[in-house]
Design a protein around this ligand. Structure first.
Ligand code: FAD
Length: 386
């Protein structure tokens, strides 16, 4: 199953692959995206590891696709790009859902040999490549919960340790959606026929799956737990003194410099890299390579690996204000009490910057995807993409 390099880490190669996808495959995306044809997955973009870390921004991706195709023909692809935004906004407005998940998972042992051929194949594919097709993720989660009777929280934790695109919101809420907790009372049941069809006859687990099961129940009413709004004050860059400003890029947003560069002023920047706790060597190596490449490609950008060195960097450069990427639920790196108090003690202020893309969209993510979807056209306009 192993293939050479599924996920390159140099931006020019990533853009080259995406251009190829836009030229050759995106036209058939809505017809073919649900098929899991097996490794190399040419019918989908495989952009998730980069969008998750914003090496490529949503704006950049949609702008490139729109430069070659009509809005109508990109409808489904654009909707999918917004699914991640929607999940991130939804979780940001329902933070308790994530802390409950974090308190609930127990084991993350790998379910190696279940005897269900497709499931065992996907386990192996995940371990060896860090990636699964979206439909395979849905089948996998469904078999985990309803056939193997394992807790959904353990499955979500298992994914979090091996997915190369792990996103706390898309993953946790994807698992909750399959379990029937997200669209309350409606669970997703994998069936042998559906797997046979959408794997192009590669698998047919006839008689092996629980194809009828009631949803997992929750005593919580999601509408009672929603925040009114995200506690965020918009940052007005024009009011900041760039001479004493430092940008700290992290793997939550590897292209945030693009936003500051628009102001045509000099500022200091560094990339803060911390080794993630993931069990996957593939994910750790990928992330490290990606961060090293970004540091190399930017001029005057240091790689910094711990809080003390970050403080020292800011002091040496005589900075009095640091800009960090906003950290949504589950992605915290710099939103750390120890670091923030060190900064305060040294009279260095800090601002967590939420991109306009999120600022515009998150307020609409209080309820289901259907009402959110109706806002997509307006959101594209607000982002100057139409
Ligand atoms: C149980 C489960 C767990 C998941 N966990 C993650 C995760 O940890 N990280 C993650 O990035 N995605 C997750 N997803 C969503 C989805 O499976 C992946 O984003 C998608 O498969 C990535 O492949 P792609 O980039 O080729 O997608 P494409 O089909 O090419 O879609 C383009 C982009 O749209 C977004 N997108 C597409 N489908 C979804 C979706 N269902 N939900 C959210 N965004 C979507 C992604 O940013 C993706 O890169 C999960 C889905 C399920 C059902």
């Amino acid at each position: 199953m192993k293939e050479k390099k599924v996920f390159p880490s140099k931006k020019n190669k990533i853009l080259h692959n995406f251009n190829k996808f836009v030229d050759e495959y995106i036209g058939e995306y809505s017809k073919k995206r649900n098929f899991d044809f097996g490794n190399s997955h040419k019918n989908v973009s495989k952009l998730s590891p980069y969008i998750r870390r914003r090496l490529l921004s949503e704006n950049e991706i949609i702008e490139l696709a729109l430069s070659k195709h009509s809005l109508n023909s990109l409808d489904k692809f654009i909707q999918e790009i917004f699914w991640r935004t929607y999940w991130r906004g939804w979780l940001e407005l329902h933070p308790k859902v994530y802390s409950e998940y974090e308190n609930a998972y127990k084991t993350t042992d790998i379910p190696l040999k279940t005897g269900i051929k497709c499931f065992d194949y996907w386990t192996q594919e995940l371990l060896e490549t860090g990636y699964l097709h979206n439909h395979a993720r849905m089948w996998y989660a469904s078999i985990w919960i309803f056939t193997l009777n394992r807790p959904w929280e353990d499955g979500a934790k298992f994914f979090s340790e091996y997915l190369i695109d792990w996103c706390p919101a898309s993953n946790t809420l994807g698992w909750r959606w399959v379990a029937g907790l997200q669209t309350v009372g409606k669970n997703y049941l994998a069936t042998a026929d559906n797997i046979k069809l959408f794997t192009n006859n590669r698998f047919n687990p006839k008689g092996q799956l629980t194809e009828n099961h009631s949803p997992i129940l929750s005593s919580k009413n999601l509408n009672e737990e929603v925040l009114d709004k995200i506690p965020y004050e918009k940052i007005i860059f024009n009011k900041l003194n760039f001479d004493r400003l430092g940008l700290v890029i992290t793997k939550n947003d590897l292209s945030l410099n693009d936003v500051l560069d628009k102001h045509n002023k000099n500022y200091a920047k560094c990339l803060f890299y911390n080794d993630s706790n993931t069990k996957s060597e593939i994910v750790r190596a990928f992330e490290r390579e990606l961060c090293l490449n970004v540091t190399d490609e930017l001029s005057d950008c240091e790689l910094i690996e711990n809080f003390d060195n970050l403080l020292m960097w800011a002091k040496n450069k005589k900075l009095n204000c640091l800009v960090f990427p906003y950290e949504t639920i589950g992605t915290e790196i710099l939103n750390n009490k120890i670091l923030l108090s060190k900064l305060q003690n040294n009279n260095i202020s800090y601002l967590f910057y939420l991109r306009d893309w999120d600022t515009y969209a998150f307020p609409f993510a209080k309820k289901g995807f259907f009402p959110f979807k109706k806002k997509i056209h307006d959101l594209l306009k607000l982002n100057c993409l139409l």
